[in-house]
Ligand binder design. Structure first.
Ligand code: P5A
Length: 438
């Protein structure tokens, strides 16, 4: 992409209503624009990151055996009256009337809808287990939308739902998602730790939040240091094997969100093993048994010929929240520092003297080759000053910068800068391309 043809509306001033760094940087870097409180337009740069995060989430859901589908954003209130959550959900639910005066709503989550769909098709235990998911916009009329996309009113969620015949089988589904989540967040360059959590309006009695540690985090987190330092199981893990030991290894170590925190147990840990921090909840998983299968009469015939209610769980990832969360975890004084896996472009090319024939030709050549090599470059071909170009590149945080100017051209070299470390290297254009493609 040539910057002169792109749409990258940067802000010079930090908007005063943005209190956390990720919100400030997303606005300044032209990633989002607020339309109403907690409702955002995803500008091209932000949208690209959102899509990359979404794709990683999708790949890891598929790897764990979940099946993608798509449910609507607008739901009938009848579903929620049937589960009893229509009144219970309160003012967070955006209630809508259609032209026939029927009660509709913009879905804050989809337990009811999928249980209803599922129960109208599935009859036998032979059809289980099943894990279905979609990645769809949700609406929650939050009392205090804030921190940009991290607590929006309209936000993108991946929500998966598991259906099993027995509690034991349901626990296996829970474990699959638990492991898939650890891998998912690690692929994004995040260290997300699973902490015991309260189930709130979703219900059930087994639940974990996945939190990344950050000063701006909304939830208090308490955890054993070894849990915080533990790596993810890895993408080669067999999801058909017994995952309980993998989950046990982590859940045996103390961890809790604020609402599940037990000060006495925590205090019993060795002092140097206690981590008390703030966290951003990027995922939340629930096992709630028959809470929704009961009101929707979602039963399957067992091997003994008797019908039984299906056992369910649901599993959420805040896809749009992650965009802010990753920036909270990865930035410096100059701007965003994207982990490569989610970067909007991999390489930024800076033309130090746009208008100079030799410089333009060298840049165009490098740009074309970078496109060919699949490096997804953003080429700053504008006539702005060098200093402006450098700070813009640093702000938007692409992992690599290639600086091409008249001085280097004399020796046949370009300068390659790593955004994260600031390390610079002079290389021939071909060597630079090889390095970046490697
Ligand atoms: C699990 C999937 C649920 O809704 N039902 C379907 C369950 N869980 S949850 O914890 O309430 O939400 C799942 C994740 O969505 C993100 N999230 C938000 N992101 C941005 N703005 C919001 N207002 C918001 N609310 C929830 C969080 O990452 C949460 O873990």
């Amino acid at each position: 992409m040539r910057l002169s043809r792109y749409f990258l509306p940067l802000l010079k001033e930090t908007p005063s209503d943005a209190t956390v760094i990720s919100h400030q940087l997303m606005l300044r870097a032209g990633m989002i624009r607020q339309n109403s409180a907690g409702i955002y337009t995803w500008l091209p740069l932000g949208y690209k990151v959102l899509k990359k995060i979404e794709q990683i989430v999708r790949e890891e859901q598929n790897r764990a055996g979940a099946i993608e589908m798509l449910m609507p954003t607008i739901q009938s209130a009848d579903l929620w009256k049937q589960s009893g959550r229509y009144d219970a959900y309160g003012p967070e639910m955006l209630r809508i009337k259609d032209r026939h005066d029927r009660d509709m709503l913009f879905g804050p989550t989809n337990e009811e809808m999928l249980t209803d769909v599922f129960s109208s098709f599935v009859r036998s235990y032979k059809d289980l287990p099943k894990m279905l998911y979609h990645i769809q916009w949700k609406f929650r009329d939050e009392r205090r939308p804030r921190f940009g996309v991290m607590r929006g009113r309209e936000f993108l969620m991946k929500d998966a739902y598991s259906f099993d015949q027995t509690p034991e089988e349901a626990r296996k589904s829970y474990n699959r998602m638990f492991v898939a989540y650890l891998n998912t967040f690690e692929r994004m360059g995040l260290k997300a730790i699973p902490v015991r959590a309260d189930t709130g309006p979703i219900g059930g009695d087994l639940s974990h939040e996945f939190v990344i540690l950050a000063e701006s985090g909304e939830s208090a987190v308490f955890a054993h240091k070894d849990l915080v330092q533990m790596g993810a199981p890895g993408l080669d893990i067999d999801f058909d094997s017994d995952l309980q030991p993998v989950v046990d290894e982590r859940t045996a170590l103390y961890s809790a969100a604020d609402d599940m925190h037990d000060p006495e147990v925590f205090a019993a840990l060795p002092e140097d093993k206690r981590v008390e921090a703030r966290g951003i909840e990027v995922g939340h998983i629930f096992y709630f048994g028959t809470k929704y299968s009961e009101p929707f009469d979602a039963t399957v015939m067992g091997p003994d010929g008797k019908p039984g209610l299906v056992e369910m769980g649901s599993y959420g990832i805040g896809v749009s929240r992650l965009v802010g969360g990753i920036i909270e975890a990865s930035h410096d004084d100059d701007g965003i520092v994207w982990p490569e896996a989610v970067a909007p472009f991999k390489v930024g090319i800076v033309n130090m003297r746009a208008g100079d024939e030799a410089c333009d030709a060298a840049c165009s050549d490098f740009y074309e080759k970078a496109v060919q090599a699949g490096l997804d470059p953003l080429y700053d071909d504008t006539s702005d000053r060098g200093g402006v170009k450098f700070s813009r590149m640093d702000l938007i945080g692409l992992p690599w910068q290639v600086i091409i100017g008249p001085r280097g051209l004399k020796t046949g070299e370009v300068e390659v800068k790593a955004r994260k470390t600031g390390e610079r290297e002079n290389l021939s254009p071909d060597a630079a391309l090889a390095k970046l493609a490697g």
